[in-house]
Design a protein around this ligand. Structure first.
Ligand SMILES: [Zn+2]
Length: 136
């Protein structure tokens, strides 16, 4: 039997038959990072963590419990979306800080966003209507 046939036979009914998923890709990336770290840092036991992660990735590929692996990946994607959403918010906050000053109203401590580079301006608090002068 040819190797290719053997492999496609082997993957019949297994999760890996549909190709690898996002969760496995992430596990593999982490495993490679740990493998590199185990060589360049004194933490050589990271090698075993990498080894275990690789084992888990292969276990998922060869698993016949396809719905369970599918749901695992779904929950992983939810976490991944939250993390990437957080970083998107974080960078857009930094972008905003470049374009705006955030001032606090001296009367009620309401935060007010003022565009930068307008010189001396009078700011009117939208909450308590106190007016105060600021340099933007
Ligand atoms: Zn105010």
């Amino acid at each position: 039997m040819k190797m290719r046939n053997f492999l496609s036979q082997f993957f019949v009914g297994r999760y890996g038959a549909y190709g690898t998923d996002q969760m496995n890709k992430f596990i593999l990336i982490i495993a490679v990072i740990f493998l590199v770290l185990s060589y360049i840092t004194p933490f050589s036991m990271l090698y075993w963590v990498a080894f275990a992660l690789l084992g888990y990735a292969y276990f998922r590929l060869f698993s016949k419990n396809i719905p369970k692996r599918y749901h695992e990946n779904e929950s992983y994607m939810k976490i991944q979306n939250k993390v990437t959403g957080f970083f998107k918010n974080f960078t857009s906050n930094i972008e905003q800080r470049k374009a705006y000053h955030i001032y606090k109203c001296p009367n009620c401590a309401q935060k007010i966003r003022i565009p930068r580079g307008k010189g001396n301006i009078v700011v009117r608090c939208p909450k308590c209507h106190t007016e105060f002068q600021k340099r933007s």
